[in-house]
Design a protein around this ligand. Structure first.
Ligand code: ATP
Ligand code: MG
Length: 295
């Protein structure tokens, strides 16, 4: 569960707040798109959740942790509950794919035996089992983002936050990454994604939260659209006619979308099956062996 109550953030020297009394509730297992123009406050909101930045006002609770009462030593614990994926992947260039994922576990004190068991499983689930020995520089952008997702998922977070995960990808790879996030969500992980990708948002029809100048101007709980200005939704809510292509120039999905979708469907089912299997295997183990962290 993610809860923000009247959260405001003023960066030094900025006259207007980056976040202005933002209140928000995201339930476990939701899939949420966070959209808004450049500078609207999306990354700032995410930094509030990861504790990279602190709010000036307001209350934040994530997964039962009240940030007002969080001790410094609890921050690593929080970072295990929340996986984060960025636009620029943030991979270690001199380490292999396997080592990149393993490193995320090493730094939180997971045993070598556990790492050896976990890394192949998460690489499998993101479809990169055959790239374990490759270096990030030898991978495509989409593959690099898959490594970043594998790295985040290795710690089995309850929440996965992705700040423009498709920002550096072409449409086909973007679609593959979003479908992977959707499958991870089907498995029970809460997903919060920021994006400028109108097509992806409109195709997925998930919850869409729109930020403008640090404020939430719209929160469409289901079947949300990408609409930064709000004109279409306002018309609808006022009982106006349903939008037409001419009135609301939302582009139709591009040609390559159909095959990409088809491919994502099969590989998505595959990934889901693998995750279920990995989870079942994991749960069969005693808890002490499943996760062993140094605190
Ligand atoms: N470290 C910082 N110091 C000062 N101002 C900042 C800082 N980070 C962000 N801002 C300002 O806060 C506002 C919100 O920025 P933020 O990065 O959250 O926007 P965004 O919605 O993520 O934009 P984009 O789509 O371009 O990534 C902007 O006006 C920005 O200039
Ligand atoms: Mg941003």
């Amino acid at each position: 569960m993610i809860l923000l109550e009247k959260v405001s953030k003023y960066y030094p020297h900025d006259k207007v707040p980056a976040l202005d009394e933002v209140s928000l509730h995201i339930a476990p297992k939701e899939f949420v798109f966070l959209v808004g123009k450049s500078g609207a406050g999306k990354s700032t909101l995410i930094k509030m959740l990861t504790r990279e930045e602190k709010p000036d006002y307001g209350k934040i609770m994530v997964g039962g942790i009240d940030y007002d009462f969080m001790k410094k030593r609890q921050i690593p614990h929080l970072r295990r509950r929340i996986g984060v994926v960025f636009q620029d992947f943030k991979l270690l260039p001199n380490r292999t794919v396997y080592e990149n994922v393993a490193f995320a576990l090493e730094i939180v004190g997971v045993s070598n035996a556990e790492i050896k068991r976990t890394v192949p499983k998460v690489l499998e689930l993101v479809g990169l089992a055959d790239k374990a020995k490759a270096f990030p520089g030898d991978l495509s952008g989409g593959q690099r983002q898959r490594v970043a997702i594998a790295r985040s998922m290795a710690r089995q977070p309850k929440i996965l936050i992705a700040d423009e995960p498709t920002g550096n990808l072409d449409p086909e790879n973007s679609w593959g990454i979003i479908k992977l996030l959707e499958e991870i969500n089907n498995f029970g992980t809460t997903i919060l994604v920021t994006t400028h990708d109108e097509k992806v948002v409109n195709l997925l029809k998930k919850r869409v939260i729109t930020l403008q100048d640090g404020k939430i101007i719209r929160d469409q709980k289901d079947g949300g659209h990408y609409d930064l200005e709000g004109s279409r939704i306002q018309k609808r809510s006022l009982g106006g006619p349903a939008p037409t292509i001419t009135a609301t120039p939302t582009p139709a999905p591009a040609e390559p979308e159909a095959p990409a979708k088809k491919e994502a469907k099969t590989s998505g089912e595959d990934v889901l099956a693998k995750m279920r299997q990995a989870k079942a295997e994991d749960e069969a183990k005693p808890v002490a062996k499943r996760r062993k962290f140094i605190h």
